[in-house]
Write a protein that binds this ligand. Structure first.
Ligand code: ADP
Length: 218
């Protein structure tokens, strides 16, 4: 099943088709070809990102094949994610800090990686210049918590329940500009459910956002 809002898939394809059509009909001056080709490329990249996220989501569908569950060290995984996000963070002057304990849970490695990546990528993307992202892995009673905190723009209260929905964005044009698909937090939500983990969001506009994933200890 495709997620609600899958018409989002049609928009980039409609643009690609439109650009190709005007070129086919000879309506584009030769000097304008590079720009139009760039637009076609951008829209195609967007479509690829969307389809990749939809494939990720469909793997979490209850009717799809069960994923291999294995022991995963959440702090080691968070450190690896932080390393991958370093270039994007550096560009914004955002510092990325990982801290806590090497605690293991049983989970589907690739899904957990995507969940942590999406949370940390958002924490960088929706941060301010020279802001900070802190990723903490800590024990809490019989749980293992992974907390991603940022000093970014925050999420207004009225949107806080909705950001986990497919394709939901607080500021559509701003998010689109930043290359998001609107599916990142949906993957986090479905991934959490797949692992029996709970998900909590705290956020203040202009101050930052804190998202906590609580896994049962293995
Ligand atoms: P996107 O691809 O647009 O980033 P997500 O599903 O990852 O989609 O997030 C949905 C929306 O929630 C974003 O468009 C943004 O408006 C908001 N959002 C997500 N994470 C954060 C954050 N850390 N700080 C502020 N806003 C956020």
């Amino acid at each position: 099943m495709l997620p609600a809002g899958s018409h989002e898939l049609k928009t980039p394809l409609t643009s690609i088709s439109g650009f190709a059509e005007i070129m086919k009909n000879g309506l584009v001056k030769p000097e304008d070809v590079p720009e139009i080709a760039g637009d076609i490329y951008d829209e195609a990249q967007r479509l690829i990102a969307l389809i990749e996220d939809i494939i990720r989501l469909s793997r979490l569908d209850e009717n799809s094949l069960p994923l291999e569950m294995e022991p995963v060290d959440l702090l080691a995984m968070a450190e690896e994610v932080a390393r991958r996000l370093k270039p994007a963070a550096l560009q914004k002057g955002v510092s990325l800090v990982t801290r806590g304990e090497h605690l293991e849970i049983t989970g589907a490695r690739q899904i957990l990686d995507e969940m942590i990546f999406n949370l940390c990528e958002n924490a960088v993307k929706y941060n301010r210049e020279n802001g900070k992202v802190t990723i903490t892995v800590q024990p809490m009673e019989n749980e293992v918590r992974l907390i991603v905190e940022d000093t970014g723009i925050g999420i207004p209260l009225a949107h806080q329940d909705r950001v986990f929905e497919c394709f939901y964005r607080v500021d559509k044009s701003h998010s689109r500009e930043m290359g998001g698909t609107g599916l990142g937090l949906s993957i986090v939500k479905h991934g959490a459910a797949y692992h029996g983990a709970s998900l909590a969001l705290e956020s203040k506009v202009g101050q930052g956002t804190k998202i906590t994933l609580s896994f049962k200890r293995k």
